[in-house]
Design a protein around this ligand. Sequence first.
Ligand SMILES: [Zn+2]
Length: 102
Amino acid sequence: MTRRCPSCRAKLPASGRCPGLAPLIEHEGRLWGIAAQLAHALGGDVTERMIRNYANRDDLPRWEYRRSVYFALEDAAPIEGAKRRSGRGRRRQLDAGLVAAA
Ligand SMILES: [Zn+2]
């Protein structure tokens, strides 16, 4: 059975440590992380794919650095909050952790 992170549901590597736990990077006064890190930070049912969609469709800032793409955490939180409240799309879990992240 594949173990999954209890926060973000990502599949865990053999080490058992979620890839989303890597430290965020500070850049131009904001904290940035790869999609897995933001999915972990926002918790609940947020997936890496959703983070990428926010960048493509909802103007979530992205930053390419050392061949990785980073996304701005503090910009992702309000986008995620608005999606969750909109009632459109698939049914969403409620997650108090999001409020703390926003
Ligand atoms: Zn995680």
